[in-house]
Design a protein around this ligand. Structure first.
Ligand SMILES: [Fe+2]
Ligand SMILES: [Fe+2]
Length: 371
Protein backbone atom coordinates (compact mmCIF):
# COMPACT_ATOMS: atom_id res chain seq x y z
CA UNK A 1 0.00 0.00 0.00
CA UNK A 2 2.83 2.36 0.75
CA UNK A 3 3.86 2.14 -2.90
CA UNK A 4 0.43 3.45 -3.90
CA UNK A 5 0.62 6.28 -1.38
CA UNK A 6 4.07 7.13 -2.66
CA UNK A 7 2.89 7.02 -6.26
CA UNK A 8 0.13 9.51 -5.35
CA UNK A 9 2.49 11.76 -3.47
CA UNK A 10 5.29 11.57 -6.01
CA UNK A 11 5.99 14.77 -7.73
CA UNK A 12 6.31 13.45 -11.24
CA UNK A 13 6.04 16.99 -12.51
CA UNK A 14 9.28 17.86 -10.81
CA UNK A 15 11.26 16.71 -13.78
CA UNK A 16 8.82 17.86 -16.37
CA UNK A 17 8.21 21.32 -15.04
CA UNK A 18 10.84 22.35 -12.50
CA UNK A 19 13.95 22.99 -14.47
CA UNK A 20 17.43 22.98 -13.03
CA UNK A 21 18.64 26.56 -13.04
CA UNK A 22 21.04 26.50 -10.10
CA UNK A 23 23.13 24.22 -7.89
CA UNK A 24 20.33 24.44 -5.30
CA UNK A 25 17.83 23.02 -7.83
CA UNK A 26 20.25 20.23 -8.76
CA UNK A 27 20.86 19.33 -5.11
CA UNK A 28 17.13 19.36 -4.40
CA UNK A 29 16.52 16.99 -7.28
CA UNK A 30 19.21 14.60 -6.04
CA UNK A 31 17.86 14.49 -2.48
CA UNK A 32 14.18 14.07 -3.38
CA UNK A 33 12.83 10.52 -3.24
CA UNK A 34 10.23 9.56 -5.82
CA UNK A 35 9.00 6.26 -7.22
CA UNK A 36 11.26 6.78 -10.20
CA UNK A 37 14.38 8.36 -8.68
CA UNK A 38 17.39 6.32 -7.50
CA UNK A 39 17.41 5.64 -3.77
CA UNK A 40 19.97 5.11 -1.03
CA UNK A 41 19.97 1.77 0.76
CA UNK A 42 21.03 0.28 4.03
CA UNK A 43 20.91 -3.36 5.09
CA UNK A 44 21.49 -5.95 7.79
CA UNK A 45 25.28 -6.06 8.08
CA UNK A 46 25.38 -9.10 10.41
CA UNK A 47 23.62 -11.11 7.73
CA UNK A 48 26.04 -9.78 5.10
CA UNK A 49 28.88 -10.93 7.30
CA UNK A 50 27.66 -14.55 7.06
CA UNK A 51 27.96 -14.81 3.28
CA UNK A 52 30.00 -17.87 2.36
CA UNK A 53 31.32 -17.91 -1.16
CA UNK A 54 33.36 -21.13 -0.86
CA UNK A 55 31.31 -23.02 -3.46
CA UNK A 56 32.25 -20.45 -6.11
CA UNK A 57 35.78 -19.84 -4.84
CA UNK A 58 37.58 -20.48 -8.12
CA UNK A 59 35.51 -17.97 -10.09
CA UNK A 60 35.53 -15.56 -7.17
CA UNK A 61 39.33 -15.48 -6.93
CA UNK A 62 39.68 -14.81 -10.65
CA UNK A 63 37.24 -11.94 -10.30
CA UNK A 64 39.18 -10.51 -7.36
CA UNK A 65 42.33 -10.57 -9.47
CA UNK A 66 40.54 -8.44 -12.04
CA UNK A 67 39.53 -5.95 -9.36
CA UNK A 68 43.10 -5.85 -8.11
CA UNK A 69 44.41 -5.33 -11.66
CA UNK A 70 42.22 -2.20 -11.74
CA UNK A 71 42.34 -1.72 -15.51
CA UNK A 72 40.25 1.44 -15.24
CA UNK A 73 42.48 3.21 -12.72
CA UNK A 74 43.44 5.90 -15.26
CA UNK A 75 40.16 6.01 -17.15
CA UNK A 76 38.15 8.57 -15.23
CA UNK A 77 40.22 11.57 -16.12
CA UNK A 78 39.22 14.09 -18.71
CA UNK A 79 41.33 14.65 -21.77
CA UNK A 80 42.35 18.05 -23.10
CA UNK A 81 39.45 18.20 -25.56
CA UNK A 82 36.75 17.59 -22.97
CA UNK A 83 35.95 21.12 -21.87
CA UNK A 84 35.99 22.61 -25.37
CA UNK A 85 33.73 19.84 -26.58
CA UNK A 86 31.27 20.59 -23.79
CA UNK A 87 31.04 24.21 -24.81
CA UNK A 88 30.85 23.75 -28.57
CA UNK A 89 28.39 20.87 -28.43
CA UNK A 90 26.14 22.05 -25.61
CA UNK A 91 25.77 25.57 -27.01
CA UNK A 92 23.87 24.06 -29.95
CA UNK A 93 21.27 22.29 -27.79
CA UNK A 94 17.84 23.64 -27.01
CA UNK A 95 16.68 24.14 -23.44
CA UNK A 96 14.39 21.12 -23.32
CA UNK A 97 17.22 18.77 -24.24
CA UNK A 98 19.62 20.47 -21.84
CA UNK A 99 17.13 19.98 -19.00
CA UNK A 100 16.71 16.29 -19.83
CA UNK A 101 20.46 15.90 -19.94
CA UNK A 102 20.90 17.56 -16.52
CA UNK A 103 18.22 15.21 -15.21
CA UNK A 104 20.11 12.28 -16.71
CA UNK A 105 23.38 13.42 -15.11
CA UNK A 106 21.80 13.99 -11.70
CA UNK A 107 19.95 10.66 -11.80
CA UNK A 108 23.09 8.80 -12.87
CA UNK A 109 25.20 10.50 -10.22
CA UNK A 110 22.66 9.69 -7.48
CA UNK A 111 22.60 6.09 -8.57
CA UNK A 112 26.42 5.76 -8.72
CA UNK A 113 26.75 7.46 -5.36
CA UNK A 114 24.06 5.22 -3.89
CA UNK A 115 26.24 2.22 -4.75
CA UNK A 116 29.28 3.96 -3.33
CA UNK A 117 27.60 4.60 0.04
CA UNK A 118 26.09 1.15 0.35
CA UNK A 119 29.30 -0.69 -0.54
CA UNK A 120 31.28 1.53 1.82
CA UNK A 121 28.87 0.92 4.70
CA UNK A 122 29.02 -2.84 4.16
CA UNK A 123 32.81 -2.67 4.01
CA UNK A 124 32.97 -0.85 7.34
CA UNK A 125 30.47 -3.13 9.08
CA UNK A 126 31.60 -6.63 8.16
CA UNK A 127 34.58 -8.73 9.20
CA UNK A 128 34.15 -11.37 6.46
CA UNK A 129 37.36 -10.88 4.44
CA UNK A 130 35.84 -11.83 1.06
CA UNK A 131 32.98 -9.40 1.36
CA UNK A 132 35.11 -6.67 2.88
CA UNK A 133 37.56 -6.83 0.00
CA UNK A 134 34.86 -6.91 -2.66
CA UNK A 135 33.06 -3.93 -1.15
CA UNK A 136 36.30 -1.96 -0.99
CA UNK A 137 36.84 -2.44 -4.73
CA UNK A 138 33.28 -1.70 -5.71
CA UNK A 139 33.12 1.44 -3.55
CA UNK A 140 36.37 2.56 -5.20
CA UNK A 141 34.82 2.18 -8.66
CA UNK A 142 31.51 3.84 -7.79
CA UNK A 143 33.23 6.76 -6.16
CA UNK A 144 35.19 7.35 -9.39
CA UNK A 145 31.99 7.12 -11.43
CA UNK A 146 30.11 9.53 -9.18
CA UNK A 147 33.03 11.95 -9.12
CA UNK A 148 33.33 11.91 -12.88
CA UNK A 149 29.63 12.69 -13.33
CA UNK A 150 29.83 15.43 -10.74
CA UNK A 151 32.66 17.10 -12.69
CA UNK A 152 30.30 17.35 -15.63
CA UNK A 153 27.58 18.86 -13.46
CA UNK A 154 30.14 21.34 -12.12
CA UNK A 155 30.81 22.51 -15.69
CA UNK A 156 27.30 23.95 -15.57
CA UNK A 157 27.71 25.09 -11.94
CA UNK A 158 25.29 22.35 -10.84
CA UNK A 159 27.73 20.40 -8.67
CA UNK A 160 26.13 18.11 -6.08
CA UNK A 161 27.34 18.39 -2.48
CA UNK A 162 27.90 14.66 -1.92
CA UNK A 163 28.55 14.99 1.84
CA UNK A 164 25.29 16.85 2.29
CA UNK A 165 23.44 14.37 0.08
CA UNK A 166 24.77 11.46 2.12
CA UNK A 167 23.56 13.08 5.33
CA UNK A 168 20.15 14.26 4.15
CA UNK A 169 18.76 11.76 1.65
CA UNK A 170 16.42 9.14 3.09
CA UNK A 171 17.72 5.56 3.30
CA UNK A 172 15.60 2.55 2.42
CA UNK A 173 16.24 -0.64 4.41
CA UNK A 174 16.45 -3.84 2.39
CA UNK A 175 17.36 -7.29 3.72
CA UNK A 176 20.55 -8.59 2.10
CA UNK A 177 18.75 -10.87 -0.33
CA UNK A 178 16.72 -7.95 -1.67
CA UNK A 179 19.92 -5.94 -1.98
CA UNK A 180 21.37 -8.79 -4.06
CA UNK A 181 18.39 -9.02 -6.41
CA UNK A 182 18.00 -5.26 -6.82
CA UNK A 183 21.68 -4.36 -7.02
CA UNK A 184 22.52 -7.22 -9.37
CA UNK A 185 19.83 -5.97 -11.73
CA UNK A 186 20.80 -2.34 -11.46
CA UNK A 187 24.48 -3.11 -12.15
CA UNK A 188 23.63 -5.24 -15.19
CA UNK A 189 21.07 -2.75 -16.45
CA UNK A 190 23.65 -0.02 -15.93
CA UNK A 191 26.01 -2.01 -18.13
CA UNK A 192 23.32 -2.60 -20.78
CA UNK A 193 22.29 1.06 -20.82
CA UNK A 194 25.82 2.43 -21.10
CA UNK A 195 26.93 -0.04 -23.76
CA UNK A 196 23.80 0.50 -25.86
CA UNK A 197 24.36 4.26 -25.80
CA UNK A 198 28.06 3.84 -26.51
CA UNK A 199 27.47 1.55 -29.51
CA UNK A 200 24.82 3.90 -30.91
CA UNK A 201 27.11 6.95 -30.68
CA UNK A 202 30.07 4.99 -31.96
CA UNK A 203 28.04 4.45 -35.16
CA UNK A 204 26.66 8.00 -35.15
CA UNK A 205 29.37 10.30 -33.78
CA UNK A 206 27.45 13.37 -34.99
CA UNK A 207 24.82 12.55 -32.35
CA UNK A 208 27.27 12.55 -29.46
CA UNK A 209 26.27 15.85 -27.91
CA UNK A 210 28.49 15.58 -24.82
CA UNK A 211 31.99 14.12 -24.41
CA UNK A 212 31.03 12.03 -21.36
CA UNK A 213 29.56 9.39 -23.67
CA UNK A 214 33.08 8.63 -24.95
CA UNK A 215 33.85 7.23 -21.50
CA UNK A 216 30.95 4.77 -21.39
CA UNK A 217 32.63 1.70 -22.90
CA UNK A 218 35.30 1.12 -20.27
CA UNK A 219 33.01 2.52 -17.60
CA UNK A 220 30.32 -0.08 -18.21
CA UNK A 221 32.83 -2.89 -17.80
CA UNK A 222 33.09 -1.85 -14.14
CA UNK A 223 29.31 -2.16 -13.81
CA UNK A 224 29.41 -5.51 -15.56
CA UNK A 225 31.95 -6.80 -13.04
CA UNK A 226 29.94 -5.46 -10.09
CA UNK A 227 27.00 -7.44 -11.42
CA UNK A 228 29.21 -10.53 -11.70
CA UNK A 229 30.06 -10.19 -8.01
CA UNK A 230 26.41 -10.30 -6.96
CA UNK A 231 25.79 -13.18 -9.36
CA UNK A 232 28.50 -15.19 -7.60
CA UNK A 233 27.19 -14.27 -4.14
CA UNK A 234 23.73 -15.50 -5.11
CA UNK A 235 24.96 -18.63 -6.86
CA UNK A 236 26.95 -19.44 -3.71
CA UNK A 237 23.69 -19.73 -1.77
CA UNK A 238 21.18 -21.71 -3.87
CA UNK A 239 18.37 -21.01 -1.36
CA UNK A 240 18.27 -17.47 -2.75
CA UNK A 241 17.35 -18.80 -6.17
CA UNK A 242 14.47 -21.17 -5.52
CA UNK A 243 11.08 -21.60 -3.87
CA UNK A 244 9.31 -18.46 -2.74
CA UNK A 245 12.35 -16.40 -3.63
CA UNK A 246 11.54 -16.92 -7.30
CA UNK A 247 8.50 -14.70 -6.71
CA UNK A 248 10.76 -12.04 -5.24
CA UNK A 249 13.13 -12.28 -8.19
CA UNK A 250 10.18 -11.86 -10.51
CA UNK A 251 9.01 -8.86 -8.50
CA UNK A 252 12.39 -7.14 -8.69
CA UNK A 253 12.79 -7.75 -12.41
CA UNK A 254 9.37 -6.29 -13.14
CA UNK A 255 9.82 -3.36 -10.74
CA UNK A 256 13.24 -2.45 -12.13
CA UNK A 257 12.19 -2.82 -15.78
CA UNK A 258 8.95 -0.87 -15.31
CA UNK A 259 10.66 1.96 -13.44
CA UNK A 260 13.26 2.31 -16.15
CA UNK A 261 10.65 2.27 -18.90
CA UNK A 262 8.49 4.96 -17.34
CA UNK A 263 11.48 7.13 -16.43
CA UNK A 264 13.03 6.93 -19.88
CA UNK A 265 9.74 7.95 -21.45
CA UNK A 266 9.85 11.19 -19.49
CA UNK A 267 13.01 12.08 -21.45
CA UNK A 268 12.00 11.97 -25.12
CA UNK A 269 14.40 14.69 -26.29
CA UNK A 270 17.45 13.00 -24.78
CA UNK A 271 16.82 9.78 -26.69
CA UNK A 272 15.90 11.66 -29.84
CA UNK A 273 19.17 13.58 -29.75
CA UNK A 274 21.14 10.32 -29.63
CA UNK A 275 19.08 8.94 -32.49
CA UNK A 276 17.44 6.43 -30.16
CA UNK A 277 13.78 5.75 -29.68
CA UNK A 278 13.07 5.35 -25.95
CA UNK A 279 10.91 2.25 -26.49
CA UNK A 280 13.39 0.49 -28.76
CA UNK A 281 16.28 1.50 -26.53
CA UNK A 282 14.57 0.11 -23.44
CA UNK A 283 13.71 -3.14 -25.16
CA UNK A 284 17.32 -3.51 -26.26
CA UNK A 285 18.39 -2.95 -22.65
CA UNK A 286 15.81 -5.52 -21.45
CA UNK A 287 17.07 -8.00 -24.04
CA UNK A 288 20.71 -7.66 -22.99
CA UNK A 289 19.88 -7.72 -19.27
CA UNK A 290 17.63 -10.76 -19.59
CA UNK A 291 20.26 -12.62 -21.58
CA UNK A 292 22.93 -11.86 -18.97
CA UNK A 293 20.69 -12.62 -16.00
CA UNK A 294 20.35 -16.26 -17.05
CA UNK A 295 23.71 -16.70 -15.30
CA UNK A 296 21.91 -16.41 -11.98
CA UNK A 297 18.12 -16.17 -12.21
CA UNK A 298 16.27 -19.37 -13.12
CA UNK A 299 13.61 -17.31 -14.91
CA UNK A 300 13.39 -14.35 -17.26
CA UNK A 301 10.36 -12.25 -18.09
CA UNK A 302 8.95 -12.67 -21.58
CA UNK A 303 9.66 -9.28 -23.10
CA UNK A 304 8.35 -10.45 -26.49
CA UNK A 305 4.88 -11.10 -25.12
CA UNK A 306 2.85 -8.23 -26.64
CA UNK A 307 1.06 -7.77 -23.30
CA UNK A 308 4.37 -6.92 -21.63
CA UNK A 309 4.69 -3.79 -23.75
CA UNK A 310 0.98 -2.94 -23.46
CA UNK A 311 1.14 -2.92 -19.64
CA UNK A 312 4.34 -0.87 -19.65
CA UNK A 313 2.71 1.68 -21.93
CA UNK A 314 -0.29 1.74 -19.62
CA UNK A 315 1.94 2.45 -16.62
CA UNK A 316 3.66 5.23 -18.52
CA UNK A 317 0.35 6.80 -19.54
CA UNK A 318 -0.85 6.62 -15.93
CA UNK A 319 2.30 8.36 -14.71
CA UNK A 320 1.61 11.19 -17.11
CA UNK A 321 -2.05 11.25 -16.02
CA UNK A 322 -0.86 11.53 -12.43
CA UNK A 323 1.34 14.44 -13.44
CA UNK A 324 -1.61 16.23 -14.91
CA UNK A 325 -3.76 15.50 -11.86
CA UNK A 326 -1.11 17.03 -9.58
CA UNK A 327 -1.70 20.37 -11.27
CA UNK A 328 -5.30 20.46 -10.10
CA UNK A 329 -6.78 20.88 -6.62
CA UNK A 330 -9.96 19.74 -4.89
CA UNK A 331 -11.65 16.71 -3.39
CA UNK A 332 -12.65 15.29 -6.73
CA UNK A 333 -9.08 15.38 -7.80
CA UNK A 334 -7.95 13.45 -4.72
CA UNK A 335 -10.40 10.75 -5.77
CA UNK A 336 -9.09 10.99 -9.30
CA UNK A 337 -5.51 10.51 -8.10
CA UNK A 338 -6.59 7.51 -6.04
CA UNK A 339 -8.25 6.05 -9.13
CA UNK A 340 -5.12 6.56 -11.22
CA UNK A 341 -2.97 4.94 -8.53
CA UNK A 342 -5.33 1.94 -8.33
CA UNK A 343 -5.14 1.53 -12.11
CA UNK A 344 -1.36 1.73 -11.98
CA UNK A 345 -1.32 -0.99 -9.33
CA UNK A 346 -3.57 -3.13 -11.54
CA UNK A 347 -1.25 -2.66 -14.51
CA UNK A 348 1.73 -3.61 -12.35
CA UNK A 349 -0.03 -6.74 -11.04
CA UNK A 350 -0.88 -7.76 -14.61
CA UNK A 351 2.77 -7.35 -15.59
CA UNK A 352 3.82 -9.37 -12.59
CA UNK A 353 1.58 -12.32 -13.43
CA UNK A 354 2.50 -12.58 -17.10
CA UNK A 355 3.99 -16.02 -17.81
CA UNK A 356 7.76 -16.15 -17.36
CA UNK A 357 10.37 -18.22 -19.20
CA UNK A 358 12.30 -20.75 -17.11
CA UNK A 359 15.98 -21.20 -17.73
CA UNK A 360 18.64 -23.66 -16.60
CA UNK A 361 21.48 -22.18 -14.56
CA UNK A 362 24.84 -22.69 -16.32
CA UNK A 363 27.63 -24.52 -14.49
CA UNK A 364 29.99 -21.64 -15.07
CA UNK A 365 28.61 -18.39 -13.67
CA UNK A 366 30.99 -15.75 -15.05
CA UNK A 367 30.32 -14.07 -18.36
CA UNK A 368 32.39 -11.79 -20.56
CA UNK A 369 30.93 -8.40 -21.56
CA UNK A 370 30.64 -8.91 -25.31
CA UNK A 371 27.74 -6.63 -26.21
FE1 LIG B 1 29.09 2.73 -11.33
FE1 LIG C 1 28.36 -0.43 -10.28
Amino acid sequence: MSAIAEFMETDFTQRLVDSVESAADANKKAVTNTVLAPRFYTTNFDEMDKINISSVRREWDLMMQEYEGDNNHDHFQRDAAFKDEVHTLMSKLDDGLKQEFYDFLIGSLTSEFSGCILYNEVRKNVANPDIKKLMTFMARDESRHAGFLNQSLKDFNFGIDLGQLKRTKKYTFFQPKFIFYATYLSEKIGYARYITIFRQLEKNPDKRFHPIFRWFERWCNDEFRHGESFALIMRADPRLLKGLNLWWIRFFIIAVYATMYVRDHTRPALHDAMGLNATQYDFEVFRITSEISKQVFPLIVDIDNPKFKIHLERLTALSFAMNAAKERKGVLNILNKGWIAAQALTAFVKLYFLPVIKSELPAQVRLVPTW
